[in-house]
Write a protein that binds this ligand. Structure first.
Ligand SMILES: Cc1ncc(COP(=O)(O)O)c(C=O)c1O
Length: 443
């Protein structure tokens, strides 16, 4: 038996972490309530990132806690392969109720990565069911983040997440990203320039042939690569090109779903309806892991009504924990809470205050761009010469020590607070960042 000391940090191999640095300088959270974490050394930290873009209703919310506790005592787990339990159906109806018109067939997963892989597999199954099984190409986008499964990294466009892990799925290709600081730096809301980046899809379609392409997947607003807000007209153009060639359009709304940009979905906010939406994070307010895929009726029906390869099961896909009872209880309580407190509308109402607070940081040392939409913001810093990402880490650590949790991607600060944030707390985030950026410049 291995000898392991209690509270030894070495056994845990941490995800997306500098393990050796962390274990020498641990940052441990022991509690969280509403807008704040409490650290192991008893400090309160204002949550500027809703955890990892997921705790949209704030931490430790009582109705969600109670729902999970009650459900655990009644039915902990029931399979949903060939069986069911009522909460799974209830939650699916509730999710369908806030999706864009027609996207009302809901498949449950346990994470955003699983939602992405599920959506890609549904797209392939759809074309096979329609007798066009040669449509196997999947188009993603540079700087796209679609989680860490092999499907997600194949259509994703983050080099560090791909290069270690082989060739990924064959037959993928990528649109260019839409980040264009030369034309759009310091845009408030949607940037004016860049709808033309969608035209590259026409070139990819010409290159591969439209009848080989199953789907295009994009984050309507890219979060993890540093908040890339879609240029005016860009999503509309993607929709019209995909529709023209009969290609499915998938929106990965793992971040944008559930109020983050002031509506239930980015599809609703931007007025562009895809064929499939990937969800996770805010679905359960992160209290229990869960993801979902919302599919248009025609996508679902094509698969479910097709004769299939084997009689009985239409889609050979699913997870042991699809529709987990505790996650369903958390999901229903979360959607109730969003509705009872009007949190999506609240995010929308706070947007102008948030925008002003973010852009008040313009002109501070090293700030080369500021972007915002909904309750999402990014402050891009110029890198230290020859040391990309170091300045980002410096500001992250300084802010954490000062009592503010931010997120950094390279030298980009990304912010996405819980939707319950007050205007005073928005100002506090801006003030703390301003102080931190000035001190960093002096250091
Ligand atoms: C757009 C998007 N898709 C997928 C994922 C992956 O989600 P998970 O980490 O739950 O697998 C994320 C996570 O940040 C995301 O932002």
């Amino acid at each position: 038996m291995a000898s392991v000391a209690p509270n030894d940090l070495s056994s845990l191999w941490m995800p997306f972490t500098d393990n050796r640095y962390f274990k020498a300088n641990p940052r441990l959270m022991v509690a969280a309530q509403d807008m704040h974490y409490t650290t192991a050394d008893g400090r309160r930290v204002l949550d500027g990132t809703a955890g990892l873009w997921c705790v949209n209703a704030g931490h430790g919310r009582e109705p969600i806690v109670k729902a999970i506790q009650q459900q655990a005592a009644v039915l902990d787990y029931a399979p949903t392969f060939q069986l069911g339990h009522p909460l799974a159906f209830q939650l699916a109806s509730r999710v369908a109720g806030i999706m864009p018109e027609g996207l009302d067939r809901i498949f449950f997963t346990n994470s955003g990565s699983e939602s992405v892989d599920t959506a890609l597999k549904i797209a392939l199954a759809y074309w096979r069911a329609k007798g066009q099984g040669q449509r196997i190409r999947l188009i993603g986008r540079e700087r796209g983040y679609h989680g860490t499964g092999f499907g997600g990294i194949s259509v994703g466009g983050i080099v560090t997440n791909r290069r270690t892990f082989g060739t990924g799925l064959p037959g993928t290709d990528h649109l260019p990203h839409t980040h264009d600081p030369a034309r759009n730096a310091f845009s408030k809301g949607q940037p004016a320039h860049g709808a033309d980046f969608a035209d590259r899809l026409e070139a990819l379609i010409a290159l591969h042939g439209p009848d080989t392409i199953a789907a295009v997947i994009v984050e309507p607003l890219a979060g993890s690569t540093g908040v890339l807000v879609p240029p005016v007209g860009y999503l509309e153009r993607l929709r019209s090109i995909t529709a023209q060639h009969g290609i499915l359009l998938i929106f990965d709304e793992v971040i944008t779903g559930f109020g983050r940009i002031g509506a239930a979905t980015a599809a609703e906010r931007f007025g562009v309806t895809p064929d499939i939406i990937c969800l996770a994070k805010g679905l359960t307010n992160a209290a229990v892991p869960m993801g979902a895929v919302a599919a248009a009726r025609h996508v679902h029906d094509a698969i479910v009504d097709a004769p299939g390869d084997v009689p009985g099961i239409e889609l050979f896909h699913g997870y042991t924990y699809s529709s987990h009872a505790l996650a369903c209880a958390a999901g229903i309580a979360t959607i109730d809470l969003y509705a009872n407190e009007g949190l999506f509308a609240r995010a929308r109402a706070l947007e102008s205050h948030w925008e002003a607070a973010m852009h008040s940081l313009a002109g501070l040392p090293h700030v080369i761009d500021i972007r915002n939409f909904g309750l999402v913001g990014a402050i891009e810093l110029g890198p230290r010469p020859g040391l990309p990402g170091v300045r980002g880490q410096e500001i992250f650590r300084a802010m954490f020590d000062s009592g503010l949790l931010i997120r950094v991607t390279g030298d980009i600060i990304a912010l996405s607070p819980p939707l319950i944030i007050s205007e005073a707390q928005i100002d506090e985030i801006a003030d703390r960042l301003a102080t931190g950026l000035r001190q960093l410049a002096d250091a």
